[in-house]
Design a protein around this ligand. Structure first.
Ligand SMILES: [Zn+2]
Ligand SMILES: [Zn+2]
Length: 313
């Protein structure tokens, strides 16, 4: 399966501001030496040497993930503002897939606000399957698309809409098995696990990790053991996580402890704090890598979630 990130910001879309962009360009220009400009090779080497927080951005959109199965089935998790770009890309690429499986972790605004801007929803012939363990799924989605909050309602969608309440049993899409579990977050939130061809991906945003998640219980062992890639909420630094106890998010260091505890080889830090700029977020990545080196027997690869990041499992 292929996992692609379309929105990684927590809480609210956080686009880069003009003054931030200007100061980045100024910082890059200051670094240029005449020798950096003499050839294509020297220019490429110069660009390659610029720190990622100056030359990259993690992106400003809120939660949206695309998972492509081997038969090209398209699973989407959450309809944060990132789903708008996903919809544009699907139509531009004339993707043959006309059926989308959209799962919701929960219904906080940052996870649903992009749905009215998902272009395929307005086109007859498309099929949108919505999934959540919450029975009021349809009601919650329709409520955000009505007067005075939005000019059109979900009745204006041209696609066929099919709502599924997830029950206890495993859900199958193609050859993939999908399971879920409740995580600690105000009002509740669900983590999803997708398994296909012996490879396992877990997406666990808006999660405040607690002792319960580290316990070697039967449920935890079944859910977490053997996972190849996990995306975990790591909105805070450790200091903030202590200050914001019960706010429903985790620190990056706890996310590292968690992935190391369950021997998950790849960890992606996700749901970035809107107050943090790219520089601070890359600093968190470095701190997480430093911290991981001090955990005994850990061999974890750590990534920072950014738009367009992709993994093949
Ligand atoms: Zn959120
Ligand atoms: Zn939330």
């Amino acid at each position: 399966m292929k996992v692609r990130f379309w929105g990684v910001r927590g809480s609210i879309p956080t686009p880069i501001r003009p003054s931030q962009l200007q100061s980045r360009i100024a910082a890059i220009v200051q670094r240029i030496q005449p020798s950096d400009l003499v050839s294509q090779e020297s220019r490429d080497a110069f660009l390659a040497g610029i720190p990622p927080y100056l030359i990259e951005t993690i992106g400003g959109n809120t939660t949206c993930m695309e998972i492509r199965l081997k038969d090209n089935s398209c699973i989407i998790i959450d309809a944060g503002s990132g789903i708008r770009e996903l919809g544009i890309s699907l139509l531009k690429k004339r993707d043959k897939v006309k059926k989308f499986h959209i799962f919701f972790t929960h219904f906080h605004w940052d996870h649903i606000l992009g749905l009215p801007f998902f272009d395929p929803a307005y086109i007859p012939g498309y099929e949108l399957h919505f999934y959540s363990p919450i029975k009021d799924l349809e009601h919650h989605l329709r409520e955000q698309m009505k007067f005075p909050y939005f000019p059109v309602t979900m009745n204006e969608f041209g696609a066929d809409l099919i709502f599924h309440t997830l029950e206890e049993e495993i859900l199958k899409i193609g050859d993939a098995e999908i399971t879920w579990r409740r995580v600690k977050h105000p009002g509740g939130c669900f983590s999803y696990k997708i398994k296909e061809d012996g490879k396992t991906f877990i997406f666990s945003t808006d999660t405040e990790l607690t002792e319960r998640d580290f316990k070697r219980s039967k449920e935890n062992t079944e859910y977490y053991c053997g996972t190849d890639l996990i995306v975990v909420d790591s909105q805070y630094t450790l200091g903030e996580a202590i200050e914001k106890y019960d706010w429903g998010h985790s620190s990056y260091s706890l996310a590292v402890d968690f992935a190391a505890e369950w021997k998950i080889p790849k960890l992606v830090l996700f749901h970035h704090e809107p107050k943090y700029d790219d520089k601070k977020i890359y600093k968190i990545l470095n701190s997480a890598k430093w911290y991981e080196k001090h955990i005994e027997n850990s061999n974890l690869e750590i990534y920072i979630a950014k738009e367009e990041l992709e993994f093949t499992l």
